[in-house]
Design a protein around this ligand. Structure first.
Ligand SMILES: [Zn+2]
Length: 251
C-alpha cells in the first residue's frame, strides 16, 4: 500500500499506522457487505483531535493510502486539493466535534437496518455480539430538518442535527437511508458496523417466529459490550484475512 499523499490531497500529514488502519477498515467493510459503492469510514487524527482522516470520494473497496485526506471539523480539507469529497462528510465532522470520546465513525447503508428506521419495530440487541445497541436506538429523520430533501446529510446543519440525534449512543439509524456507528477506536467501529447488520438480520428472523422475542436486558447488553470491546482485535485480523489484506495488519 502506498501511503504517500497525492498532490491533490494536500498536506495529509498523518501517522502511517492511522492511514493503514483506515484503508484496512474500508476494505473490510466493503468485503463484509456493509459498505458498497457508497458509505464511508473515518478516524480521528491520532495527533490532532481537531482533524479527522477520511478517503476522497471513492468506493471503499478501492481506497488506498494515497486517497486519505485530512479534514478539519468543519469538514474542509487541510490545504489545497482538487480531490472530490464525500457529500456527506459533515456526518463525521459534526459528530467528532460533539463527541470527544469518539475516535472512529462508519456511515453505511447496511441494508437490513433500513426496515428498523421506517417502522415502529425498534432495533434491539438480540444476540450477545451486539450489546452496544442498547435498548433505545435513536432514529434520525431528515424530514424533521428539511421537508423536501434528497435524503443526504449534505450540509453542516444536517450534520449537527444527526449528531444531536445520536447523542451519547453508539448508533443512530437514519430513516430511509442507513445508519451511523461510532466507537472509541477504528477496530471497534468496524466491529459495531458489522454486528449492527448481523443483529438486524437475526432480529428480522426472530420476529418471523415470534412477535415478542426475548432481547438482551440492559444489563446483559452493557456487560457483553464491555467484554466484546476488549477483544475487537481478534475479528479485525480475521476480517483482514477475508478481505485479502493481511499485509496491512500490524505485526
Ligand atoms: Zn449515506
Amino acid at each position: 500500500m502506498s501511503t504517500t499523499p497525492r498532490k491533490h490531497a494536500g498536506p495529509a500529514a498523518a501517522p502511517y499506522a492511522a492511514v493503514r488502519d483506515l484503508v484496512l477498515a474500508n476494505r473490510i467493510l466493503a468485503t463484509e457487505g456493509i459498505l458498497d459503492a457508497f458509505g464511508h469510514v473515518s478516524a480521528r487524527h491520532p495527533v490532532n483531535p481537531a482533524r479527522y482522516l477520511i478517503s476522497r470520494s471513492l468506493a471503499p473497496a478501492l481506497v488506498q493510502g494515497e486517497d486519505i485526506l485530512v479534514l478539519d471539523l468543519d469538514s474542509n480539507p487541510d490545504g489545497e486539493t482538487t480531490a472530490a469529497l464525500y457529500l456527506e462528510r459533515y456526518i463525521h465532522g459534526e459528530i467528532y466535534r460533539r463527541r470527544p470520546d469518539v475516535q472512529a465513525i462508519v456511515h453505511s447503508h447496511s441494508p437490513t437496518t433500513i426496515p428498523f428506521g421506517v417502522t415502529r419495530v425498534k432495533l434491539r440487541p438480540i444476540c450477545h455480539m451486539s450489546g452496544f445497541l442498547g435498548s433505545a436506538t435513536p432514529i434520525f429523520d431528515i424530514r424533521d430538518s428539511i421537508k423536501h430533501s434528497d435524503m443526504l446529510v449534505r450540509t453542516p446543519a444536517l450534520g449537527v442535527a444527526l449528531a444531536e440525534s445520536l447523542g451519547e449512543h453508539s448508533l443512530a439509524l437514519m430513516r430511509g437511508h442507513g445508519n451511523v456507528v461510532v466507537a472509541a477506536d477504528i477496530k471497534a467501529a468496524v466491529y459495531r458496523a458489522i454486528y449492527c447488520e448481523v443483529n438486524a438480520r437475526l432480529q428480522l428472523q426472530a420476529l418471523q417466529l415470534d412477535p415478542k422475542p426475548r432481547y438482551l436486558s440492559d444489563s446483559e447488553a452493557a456487560q457483553s459490550d464491555t467484554t466484546n470491546m476488549k477483544v475487537a482485535g481478534r475479528p479485525w485480523r480475521y476480517w483482514a484475512e477475508r478481505a485479502g489484506c493481511a499485509d496491512l495488519l500490524d505485526s
